[in-house]
Design a protein around this ligand. Structure first.
Ligand SMILES: [Zn+2]
Length: 466
């Protein structure tokens, strides 16, 4: 690996002295290891002692006292709801909340956002994600996705943006505000042109979207599915998320939601289904048969039903973890989503049959990384620390007394670390956060813009839901 003169090869980044939790097939952990990164990819992994004779880094990251992990993946996030963090709880303290929340509060909130508000939401949201170790996201579909994409490029995160796609407003909860409702044809055209506008970008691309079956006509669902197949791109949707949705499908089509979609002929690996909580056994079979991907949002899912994460994961269904955005439960920390999923799967799947640990913390960390990568269809590119993959890496502190002892880095990584332990983040071979300082955007400037804009946005929102 030496250059022609026999000296060390010059590469973009060398990280040395860390414990590497690779999440490769064998779950390898390298103590006192090193990673060489060049042109966006991992080119070498090995013992720290060998690194200096082989590689010289333009940037050198000291890995002492750090655990290196693959970047976490948020497989279901609502960028445009970032400024709504905590607001639903605050409203709930003053009056009874109307159900369903997404139709009564979330879509009305999105409807009052200007493009520049969504750009600001993106800057806040994506910076927030990097700070807690998320290096890749799948946007659920919101207003002004181009502004999300621009913000993602600026912040330096990897992701897939998507458009909120609604072409009907059936009478369940509130009606969809006019600005969020389009004709079927317009919804189709806007989705396809969004994907085409972003298809040649490297780190940020666009997906198609269908908000969910209640607000999308069968014609639109079929059209978007055909476009997904033509463009070879995913469709982000919400599926089996609430009892009202199951009742809607039952009353209107005499079917479960997934069976209704099967009837339309749209089930395929292109369909990415957030939540996927209230699945009948037959619907889980359909997920496995048609290779649908799913996202498990622990903070929400256990208040909806008894999600069968363990069963879906063991059956090989591509499933990742998601936060559902800051408006849902506030945090964007995927470490916490994983911790909650472990305990909650114990309660719903372990306790009834006295299985002591149905899903281990190690497996949850794998779901948060490789699971998410598989769900997003990019498992060959990211999700683990392996030679040839894109360099999306975290260096997490493990020197605090409350983290001691670090006898088993895999245990510390999967059970002890939380987002705020992440010190340094590399995305696509670029150092985007170093020792907790974001290097790509001016965080103080974002803070100032937020302080000015938030009251204006909230005033509009209060009027919209009055
Ligand atoms: Zn959602």
């Amino acid at each position: 690996m030496a250059d022609d003169s026999g000296g060390p090869v010059l590469v973009d980044i060398v990280v040395s002295g860390c414990d590497i939790v690779t999440i490769d097939e064998r779950n390898s952990v390298i103590r006192d290891g090193a990673i060489a990164v060049d042109r966006g990819r991992i080119v070498w992994i090995g013992p720290a002692a060998d690194a200096s004779v082989r590689y010289r880094g333009r940037s050198v990251l000291d890995g002492n006292g750090r655990i290196a992990l693959p970047g976490l993946i948020d497989a279901h996030i609502h960028t445009a709801q970032q400024l709504l963090r905590g607001k639903i709880s605050a409203i709930g303290r003053t009056r009874a909340l109307k159900q369903p929340i997404w139709k009564n509060y979330l879509i009305p909130f999105e409807s009052i956002l200007e493009p520049e508000d969504v750009h600001l939401s993106g800057l806040v949201c994506y910076t927030n994600m990097l700070r807690v170790g998320t290096t890749c996201f799948a946007e659920a579909g919101g207003p002004h996705p181009d502004q999300m994409g621009e913000a993602a490029l600026q912040v330096g995160i990897r992701g897939f943006v998507a458009l909120s796609t609604v072409d009907q407003s059936e009478t369940i909860g509130a009606s969809v505000p006019k600005s969020m409702l389009t004709t079927t044809d317009e919804a189709y055209q806007r989705n396809v042109s969004l994907v085409n506008r972003w298809k040649d970008r490297d780190r940020v691309k666009a997906w198609l979207a269908l908000r969910q079956i209640i607000v999308c006509s069968p014609e639109l669902i079929k059209g978007i599915a055909a476009a997904a197949s033509d463009l070879d791109v995913k469709i982000h949707t919400h599926l089996c998320e609430g009892t009202y949705e199951i009742d809607y499908a039952g009353e209107k089509f005499g079917k479960r939601p997934t069976e209704y979609l099967e009837d339309l002929g749209v089930l395929s690996r292109h369909l990415h289904c957030a939540h996927s909580v209230l699945l009948s056994p037959e619907e889980v079979d359909l997920y496995a048969k048609h290779r649908l991907s799913a996202c498990h949002c622990s903070f929400n899912n256990y208040s909806i039903g008894q999600p069968r994460l363990i069963e879906m994961w063991r059956r090989g269904i591509d499933i990742g973890l998601g936060t559902d955005g800051a408006a849902a439960w506030g945090t964007l920390d995927i470490f916490q989503v994983a911790h909650i999923a472990r305990v909650a799967q114990q309660a719903v799947a372990g306790v009834p049959w006295h299985i002591r640990t149905p899903l281990t913390s190690d497996e949850l960390l794998r779901i948060a990384t490789m699971g998410g990568a598989r769900a997003l269809g990019i498992e060959k590119e990211i999700g683990s620390i392996e030679v040839g993959k894109r360099a999306d890496l975290l260096l997490c502190d493990c020197t605090e007394i409350d983290q001691m002892p670090v006898d088993d880095p895999l245990f510390v990584a999967s059970s002890i670390l939380v987002g705020r332990d992440v010190r340094t983040v590399v995305v696509d071979g670029q150092i985007v956060m170093k020792e907790r300082e974001i290097l790509t955007v001016d965080v103080e400037e974002i803070r100032r813009r937020l302080a000015v804009r938030l009251p204006v946005v909230m005033e509009r929102f209060e009027r919209a839901i009055a």
